[in-house]
Design a protein around this ligand. Structure first.
Ligand code: NAD
Length: 391
């Protein structure tokens, strides 16, 4: 990362990767094979990726007795950019979620989820081609910050006493059996997220940024997000706003979810809080083909740190059967290539996947909905994509 905030990328990039648990052992090698083929085809040996395995999750626990070894964090710190398969969430004690630990340690404040439809993919909506959005979900704050106390514990009781006696809160309906959670939403947290969304819209010549919030009900948290978001845009992007290179608008979250179904063409870049972003990204993903194909990344645009990831879980019910769809992590790798500035390789991967879908050749989860769909195993699909890339 250079002092002007841009990445200086060498021609040979070392990328730390976490294979992941369950289906991770199948999708991650598939992704590497496809990425290597695309980079080789486009740059003819002038650029390449050196993959460096780092451990996390069950695989790490079984090998070295730690769910998230220090070396893994160090590698992501040092190399800035990495990619990961899905991880088993440890049950009971210790780390609540490995994904959250990675995001927090590296302060990856943007969860970025591009959502577009690929021709040939079955969709539950009539016009999936109208869905073309990129969600910027705030990743470090909100009710997701994990500040909560369970009903019946001394902490919950103490917190209630503070609310009741010192803050004069009289609205808790059943205090004795209530759990409590805290929803921090800050000006700084909002600003860095909205800044990244605006910059992305400008860099990609996109028509608008929509702030999605529930500020009508939660006036200071969600309402603050909307207010600070507009103020930031006006303060930092006045010229782009004036000549309409940048358009900023807002929508209340429940209306937004309806509108995504009714008028998706009205929306492009979405900037939203953590919990809204969780719902919004899954609904949008479902509209364009679902869980096996949605890519994602967690990014800190200031330090340059970014972890690209499969957005689905470890899918233990299909692990080891050579049927899993590797497209989520493959498309996340395409996002990574674009982030590195290797746009030609990224677009070759996207184009090739689409060609295969158009000929109804895909893994079973997608092929079964395609007219005359041909179900390929994970390994056969990977080979199919590599052969098409090499053509
Ligand atoms: P899941 O995403 O693993 O599976 C949900 C359903 O979708 C299953 O039927 C599965 O077979 C199917 N599915 C998922 N990915 C698929 C793919 N690529 N191709 C075809 N089908 C696919 O969710 P879950 O069952 O709720 O979670 C299983 C484990 O994964 C849990 O331990 C959970 O904590 C973990 N998890 C991890 C992440 C992550 O690391 N990012 C995300 C979600 C869940």
């Amino acid at each position: 990362m250079q002092s002007d905030g841009t990445l200086l990328v060498p021609d040979e990039v070392t990328v730390p990767f976490i294979t992941g648990d369950g289906v991770g052992a199948e999708i991650t090698p598939s992704m590497q094979t496809v990425v290597n083929a695309a980079v080789r085809k486009v740059y003819e040996g002038k650029r390449s990726i050196e993959w460096k395995e780092v451990l996390a999750g069950e695989r790490a626990f079984n090998k070295v007795g730690s769910w998230l070894p220090d070396e893994t964090m160090k590698a992501f710190q040092e190399y800035l950019i990495g990619i990961k398969g899905p991880l088993t969430t440890p049950v009971g004690g210790g780390i609540r979620s490995l994904n959250v630990a990675l995001r927090q340690t590296l302060d990856l404040y943007v969860c970025q989820r591009p959502v577009r439809w690929f021709k040939g993919i079955h969709s539950p909506v009539l016009h999936p081609e109208k869905v073309d959005m990129c969600v910027f979900r705030e990743n470090t704050e909100d009710i997701y910050a994990g500040i909560e106390w369970e009903a019946g514990t001394p902490e919950a009781e103490k917190f209630y006493r503070f609310l009741h006696e010192e803050m004069g809160v009289k609205k808790v309906r059943f205090p004795e059996t209530s759990s409590f959670g805290v929803k921090p939403v800050s000006k700084e947290g909002t600003e860095r997220l909205v800044r990244a969304a605006c910059q992305y819209a400008l860099d990609h010549h996109l028509p608008s940024v929509t702030l999605v919030h529930k500020g009508n009900i939660m006036k200071f948290t969600e309402g603050g997000f909307k207010k600070w978001g507009y103020e930031l845009a006006q303060r930092e992007f006045p010229e782009a706003l004036a000549d309409r290179r940048l358009v900023i608008k807002d929508c209340i979250a429940d209306a937004f979810l309806q509108n995504t179904l009714l008028i998706p063409e009205e929306y492009s870049v979405i900037a939203t809080l953590n919990l809204n972003g969780d719902y919004v990204s899954d609904q949008l993903a479902a509209m364009v083909g679902g869980i096996g194909i949605a890519p994602g990344a967690n990014i800190n645009y200031k330090t340059g740190h970014a972890i690209f990831e499969a957005t689905h879980g470890t899918a233990p019910n299909i692990a080891g059967k050579d049927v899993v769809n590797p497209c989520s992590i493959i498309l996340s790798a395409a996002m990574m290539l674009e982030y590195l500035g290797w746009k030609e390789a990224a677009s070759l991967i996207e184009k090739t996947l689409e060609q295969s879908f158009l000929e109804s050749r895909a893994t079973a989860d997608l092929a079964r909905f395609m007219p005359g769909g041909i179900s390929l195993s994970t390994s056969a699909f990977t080979q199919e994509i590599v052969t098409r890339i090499e053509k």
